[in-house]
Design a protein around this ligand. Structure first.
Ligand SMILES: [Zn+2]
Length: 113
């Protein structure tokens, strides 16, 4: 492996990494809905690892799908609770008890579909 990875190659890796991350989150969602939380958690883990390896950020819309503390896949009503209050969206993780607060601005509501 050459020390210097060419810029063009690097960009290609990143594009592929991003695609893989999206695919993994979609798979995670599907498995979670089928009550296979173990698989969903595993997909989140793989997606995070890919993100770290290729220094790709997890897209915002997917960031809401897992807990930033224990990295579990969050399925509202099953292992997470979602509330709104004071102009914020509050996601509570049942597993580790951490809260995630997202300000409800025009921009952020757009990413919630
Ligand atoms: Zn958690």
């Amino acid at each position: 492996m050459p020390r210097k990875v060419r810029k063009r190659e690097k960009r290609l890796y990143k594009t592929i990494a991003k695609q893989r991350i999206s695919e993994l989150f979609e798979l995670a969602e599907k498995e979670a809905l089928r009550n296979r939380m173990d698989r969903a958690d595993r997909y989140v883990e793989i997606a995070r690892k890919i993100g770290m390896k290729y220094r790709v950020r997890i897209p915002k819309k997917y960031k809401l799908l897992f807990c930033k503390k224990c990295y579990r896949f969050l399925l509202p009503g099953v292992n997470a609770r979602i509330r709104t209050g004071r102009g914020k969206l509050i996601i509570y993780c049942y597993r580790c008890g951490s809260y995630k607060r997202i300000p409800l601005k025009e921009k952020s509501s757009a990413i919630l579909k």
